[in-house]
Design a binder for this molecule. Structure first.
Ligand SMILES: Cc1cc2nc3c(=O)[nH]c(=O)nc-3n(C[C@H](O)[C@H](O)[C@H](O)COP(=O)(O)OP(=O)(O)OC[C@H]3O[C@@H](n4cnc5c(N)ncnc54)[C@H](O)[C@@H]3O)c2cc1C
Length: 488
């Protein structure tokens, strides 16, 4: 059977998207260049918003209770304590582990995962897409589908072949990283700024692996084809810290830079981009993988709605409208952080002042919610609506525990099927909360009012964002408009 959606790239973004589509009974094929899951770990941190999303799909428990958590977040290496706030601590998880969990879930859901195969050609016409794939034996074949999503990382072949514009800036800094098996013991996560030289970090990734990472300011990024060596890592550490590190057996070595680019449009006809294929920036604060997961859950249900025949006309285009500004903001906060790090002769006083501002709890809250993705809110409006917008609309739904007639359920548990959820928290006062016209798309959950959700009625999208809310539930027309806008 021909797939309906072809996904180029089985990294975290592509795998999460495949799971979302499969959950909505859409046939997806993932074409992934690597024969086996990478075993590498660029990303190491899963922030609060990603953890909420994974919980909403029942995947959080797969990470296990022994997953290390990190109760701090930083902005430009100025650290803030998460325990001052009611927020989930960051999970320290090597990226390969996140990919493995998503890979297993995708297979359980019946996704056709073709490892060791590469997307080499891309075409589209009015009826669908045609994708050239080279398999592990070097033979080429064509796949036909309704849509193609390029989730094939920063160097995206789909982006290049389909002619997406990808403006931005090239690298001016570069870093070297190594996952090392023989090293001098460190006490927790160590990150240090060496003024005018660079940054050095040592992060234990497990009982026997240490991530060593450097960033050298004003150093040119060597060409991609120049192999990274242990000596390069040693030299980089020495150039920054002045000390020769004791580093033994490397498990993985890599290089990264601070190029910052974003496509101008996330869609060209039947081709979409998601994750690093759509946006790249310096990995400051670990926001890239987290953004990719959010791209995937934003696009997944919309694409499925279109394919399943009930997607309202503007739904699919809301993917670009919602996600483009989010990645643009991540890139800007990354640039702002880099601007607070170098050159110290110029930015020293600004950095000191910023440090003073961080004494204020509200400033810390603002930055923490920004880097953990909690602050993301989508801007939409209902042109024909009588009442003004409710302040919760566009924001994420908090993971409150709901008292329902069937017992206690968290909000995350109500979203596991990947459907929309209409929360009736009015205690029976809300008018007309019937969703029978949207059966299979929206589930109704009645529960007692909860402090965390300041509304009597809240319509939650499958990606966990509030599409509509009302204080006392006396607006059946507004609710129906919202249901039609998002769920057909
Ligand atoms: C040093 C470093 C630390 C980081 N730390 C964090 C962190 O802590 N938290 C965080 O959120 N992010 C972090 N990031 C960023 C994060 O690693 C990326 O944002 C994330 O990997 C993006 O996921 P993706 O699935 O979009 O792309 P990728 O992970 O790049 O996956 C793309 C996949 O596509 C495949 N592919 C490529 N071309 C083709 C093709 N033509 N055909 C088929 N398959 C193809 C590749 O093999 C790959 O598996 C870090 C990055 C770096 C460099």
């Amino acid at each position: 059977m021909d797939p309906t959606v072809i996904i180029a790239g089985g990294g975290p973004t592509g795998l999460m998207l495949a799971c979302e589509l499969a959950l909505a009974n859409v046939h997806a094929v993932v074409v992934e260049k690597l024969l086996d899951p990478s075993g590498e770990s660029r990303g190491m941190g899963l922030h609060a918003r990603s953890l909420e999303t994974l919980d909403q799909r029942g995947l959080l428990e797969r990470f296990g209770d022994d997953t290390p958590v990190w109760p701090r977040a930083h902005f430009a290496l100025m650290w803030m304590d998460l325990s001052d706030f009611d927020t989930t601590f960051t999970y320290i998880v090597p990226q390969w582990r996140t990919e493995k969990i998503l890979d297993e879930r995708a297979r359980e859901l019946g996704v056709d995962l073709r490892r060791g195969e590469v997307v080499v050609a891309v075409d589209q016409d009015d009826d669908g897409v045609s994708v050239g794939v080279r398999n592990a034996a070097g033979e080429e074949y064509r796949l036909r589908g309704e849509y193609l999503v390029g989730a094939d990382g920063g160097g995206s072949t789909v982006r290049k072949l389909a002619g997406f514009d990808f403006p931005g800036t090239d690298s001016t800094y570069h870093g070297v990283l190594g996952d090392i098996e023989e090293y001098d013991a460190v006490d927790g996560i160590e990150t240090t700024l060496y003024p005018d030289k660079g940054m050095y970090a040592a992060i234990p990734l497990g009982p026997d692996v240490l991530r060593i990472m450097t960033t050298e300011f004003d150093a040119e990024l060597p060409p991609d084809d120049q192999e990274v060596t242990l000596d390069e890592l040693r030299a980089s550490v020495k150039a920054i810290t002045g000390e020769e590190p004791r580093v033994g057996k490397p498990r993985w070595l890599s290089r990264f830079g601070n190029a910052s680019r974003q496509v101008t449009a996330y869609r060209r006809g039947r081709i979409f981009l998601a994750g690093d294929a759509a946006h790249v920036h310096y990995p400051m604060g670990g926001q890239g993988l987290n953004s990719g997961i959010q791209d995937a859950v934003n696009l997944g249900w919309k694409l499925a709605a279109e394919i399943n025949g009930w997607g309202p006309p503007a739904l699919l285009d809301s993917y670009h409208a919602e996600r483009h500004p989010v990645a643009a903001r991540v890139a800007r906060n990354t640039e702002a952080q880099l601007a607070l790090l170098h050159p110290v002769g110029k930015i020293g006083p600004l950095r000191d002042l910023f440090g003073e501002l961080l004494q204020y709890k509200e400033v810390r809250r603002h930055l923490i919610e920004m880097v953990t993705g909690i602050a993301v809110a989508y801007d939409f409006e209902y042109p024909d609506r009588a009442d003004g917008p409710h302040p919760l609309e566009g924001r994420r739904i908090p993971n409150a525990t709901l008292a329902t007639s069937d017992g206690e359920r968290t909000v995350a548990e109500t979203l596991r099927a990947g459907h929309g959820v209409l929360l009736d928290l009015s205690g029976g006062d809300a008018e007309s909360v019937d969703v029978s016209n949207w059966a299979g798309r929206v589930d109704l959950v009645r529960a007692r009012p909860v402090e965390e959700i300041d509304a009597a009625v809240a319509l939650v999208r499958p990606d966990g964002y509030i599409a509509y809310a009302h204080g006392d539930g006396s607006d059946p027309e507004g609710l129906e408009l919202a249901l039609k806008t998002w769920f057909g």
